[in-house]
Design a protein around this ligand. Structure first.
Ligand code: GUN
Ligand code: FE
Length: 441
């Protein structure tokens, strides 16, 4: 007999048309992995009769609890988790050489990798990230360790073995042949693992660390296996000028990836701050997605990403923690800093007679859920509570003894939700569901 779980109460999500939909006195039913109905609580009896479901559990949420879709982190370096919250005193290129490469080079050690990855994935889950697009390191076996840990802990993820065959330190670099053969081995091994929710992702680190011939080969591998691709694009000005001198016959940064065959509707481009209108048009034409990483962009002083402009162009847009360029692995933090970045752009535009409409928490909530799902090519499966999608959800409780904020009788439900967005943390995330199962934390 099939078992139907029902949760009644306030349900909040984004739809294609509406950034914030608050359904009070609602009921959601899920069976195995999938959502089978979303209705008014009052319609529950007739609905269950009609479909003759076997209801196992009906749970009623309190007035101070609600369900939201799980958060989607479109860009995170699991391998940088150990130095999260440190080393924020340098710009990107210096930061990579000083902190990142020395730490990532240690991931040939399985014990070290296991410890860091276990802690990283647990922390992301505790903060409500039900889906993440992770970078490992250049080491195939230890990136496979990451995949197994994600599977064991029950998270949904894209995972990439990083590719680097040039302009990298001699203690942390591969030959072109190694990079290609190890990527093929990584893909084959992940596809052969019995890991339902983990997808291999082709991961050229960025234009500077991969030669054109390697980029072209990686594009072919992605095409052959029909896989997603993730990389960094136009993150800071120093990087952009180095790319210009490294690839003098490419007009724009994006042309490097475009000509190498790395742009598809499953390509995730992190940062993408300094782009011409021409480049944005290529991203739109190719239907790539952008991972907006506001905390990292501020922490490494990379720049101000204009989310409003990209949303107006109807380019797929999600949020990324970019651990450890960003110091927080919470997507709540990414929501807040994305709004703050947009406010900063609005302030800078003031007095220039420009009408600028900054994004707000509703726009950003959508980026954190449905937008992220679109960027990762998973919006047929996750991102909101549409019937037929898998049940990836967070049960949020805003009235706890140890909560970081207070709720008052005068608060509307939208106020309560907004307080959670601005002031909430992992303490308020009481339960995490992925693919219909509650994750143990
Ligand atoms: N560009 C190339 N590698 C990296 C990285 O690890 N983090 C960030 N933020 N940018 C990069
Ligand atoms: Fe990054």
């Amino acid at each position: 007999m099939t078992i139907l779980n029902v949760i009644c109460g306030t349900i909040i999500h984004s739809t294609k048309e509406d950034n914030l939909v608050i359904l009070q006195d609602a009921a959601i039913g899920f069976q195995d992995k999938k959502i089978v109905f979303l209705c008014k609580k009052a319609d529950l009896t007739s609905l269950t009769k009609e479909f003759s479901f076997c209801i196992k559990n009906v749970e009623y949420l309190s007035k101070r609890q609600f369900l939201i879709p799980g958060f989607v982190d479109t860009h995170a370096h699991a391998s940088q988790y150990s130095y999260q919250g440190t080393g924020m005193d340098r710009g990107l290129m210096d930061w990579l050489n000083t902190y990142t490469f020395p730490v990532e080079s240690k991931f040939q050690d399985k014990q070290f990798a296991t410890d860091v990855y276990q802690k990283a994935v647990s922390r992301f889950l505790k903060n409500g990230t039900t889906t993440a697009s992770y970078y490992g390191t250049i080491h195939t076996d230890c990136t496979l360790v990451l995949c197994r840990i994600i599977d064991k802990l029950g998270q949904r993820a894209l995972v990439g073995k990083v590719n680097m065959n040039q302009r990298s330190p001699d203690y942390y670099v591969e030959t072109t042949d190694q990079s290609i053969s190890e990527t093929n081995r990584f893909v084959e091994e992940v596809l052969n693992l019995e890991v339902n929710l983990v997808t291999p992702c082709i991961t050229p680190r960025f234009a500077l660390s991969c030669s054109l011939d390697l980029q072209e080969e990686l594009g072919k591998i992605a095409q052959h296996y029909n896989l997603p691709i993730q990389t960094h694009l136009s993150e800071c000005l120093t990087e952009c000028s180095e790319v210009k001198s490294c690839y003098p016959d490419r007009k724009h940064y994006i042309d490097v990836y475009h000509k190498a065959g790395l742009l598809s509707n499953r390509t995730v481009l992190a940062h993408s701050i300094y782009l011409s209108d021409n480049e944005l048009q290529i991203i739109k034409d190719k239907n790539c997605g952008i991972a907006h990483c506001p905390n990292s962009n501020l922490s490494l002083r990379s720049g101000l990403f204009d989310a409003r402009k990209v949303l107006e162009l109807d380019i797929k847009l999600g949020l990324g923690s970019d651990i450890a360029g960003g110091y927080s692995c919470s997507i709540l933090d990414a929501i807040r800093s994305s709004v703050e970045v947009s406010h900063t752009i609005a302030i800078l535009n003031e007095g220039q007679n420009k009408e600028y409409k900054p994004i707000n928490f509703r726009d950003s909530f959508k980026m954190a859920t449905l937008g992220g799902a679109q960027v990762l090519g998973l919006d047929d499966k996750i991102g909101n509570f549409e019937v037929g999608k898998e049940f990836d959800a967070l049960l949020v409780d805003v009235e706890l003894n140890d909560s970081n904020f207070d709720v008052f009788e005068s608060d509307t439900f939208e106020d309560i939700f907004q307080k959670f967005i601005y002031l909430g943390d992992d303490r308020n995330i009481k339960r995490v569901y992925i693919s219909g199962s509650q994750v143990k934390m």
